[in-house]
Design a protein around this ligand. Structure first.
Ligand SMILES: NC(=O)c1ccc[n+]([C@@H]2O[C@H](COP(=O)([O-])OP(=O)(O)OC[C@H]3O[C@@H](n4cnc5c(N)ncnc54)[C@H](O)[C@@H]3O)[C@@H](O)[C@H]2O)c1
Length: 171
């Protein structure tokens, strides 16, 4: 059980419209924090903002495509102005579609664009959000939490391998 008094605090949570990000939104708002729900899916943001507002939680929509620097900059600026600053930046957004469309034995079906997209959302977006939020976080002496996956430490094999495990393991 996690508990802290976050009344008067503000956060941006990326990927906040579903999955782990939405869990973080639930937890932070339950502890009194005002949260800007950042996601590329505006429909899901609207659904969660309506639902959580009805529960008297303090949330606001912060739509952005984290693959795009200008979109990130605008989202962070608008959220900071609307909330009066940023105490926490929580990076959760991820391209979890990768679990379905990169079977290790099907390299030929992959494109460079797919890999660019994955790197842009899963890796570069953290650089973009932290850079955009840095002035506000310095001001508030705030904190950044960036989530990752155990897949970063070891291969996850969701389908039977058609190539040797050694071929997909890091050196
Ligand atoms: N679910 C798990 O058990 C688990 C465990 C370890 C790591 N992870 C990783 O954590 C991340 C989130 O997982 P999840 O299960 O919550 O996934 P999810 O698909 O439920 O949520 C990801 C959210 O990120 C958003 N998103 C994707 N691309 C975006 C973009 N370009 N701009 C803004 N928002 C974007 C999606 O719209 C979605 O709402 C993934 O990278 C996943 O691999 C998940």
């Amino acid at each position: 059980m996690i508990h802290a008094d976050l009344k008067g605090k503000t956060a941006i949570i990326t990927g906040g419209a579903s999955g782990l990000g939405l869990c973080a939104v639930e937890l932070f708002t339950e502890m009194g924090c005002t949260v800007a729900i950042c996601d590329v899916n505006e429909e899901r943001i609207a659904t969660q903002v309506t639902r959580l507002t009805e529960m008297d939680r303090h949330v606001l929509p912060a739509p952005a495509d984290l693959r795009d620097n200008d979109s990130v900059d605008a989202m962070v600026k608008q959220a900071a102005e609307a909330m009066g600053g940023i105490d926490y930046l929580v990076n959760v957004a991820g391209h979890s579609v990768t679990l379905e469309i990169i079977p290790p034995g099907d390299l030929q079906s992959q494109t460079e664009q797919l890999w660019q997209d994955i790197m842009s959302v899963n890796l570069m977006s953290v650089f973009r959000t932290v850079k955009a939020a840095e002035p506000y976080l310095r001001e508030s002496k705030g904190a950044v939490v960036s989530t990752s996956s155990m897949s970063g430490f070891r291969p996850v094999v969701p389908v039977p391998l058609t190539v040797s495990p050694k071929a997909v393991s890091p050196p």
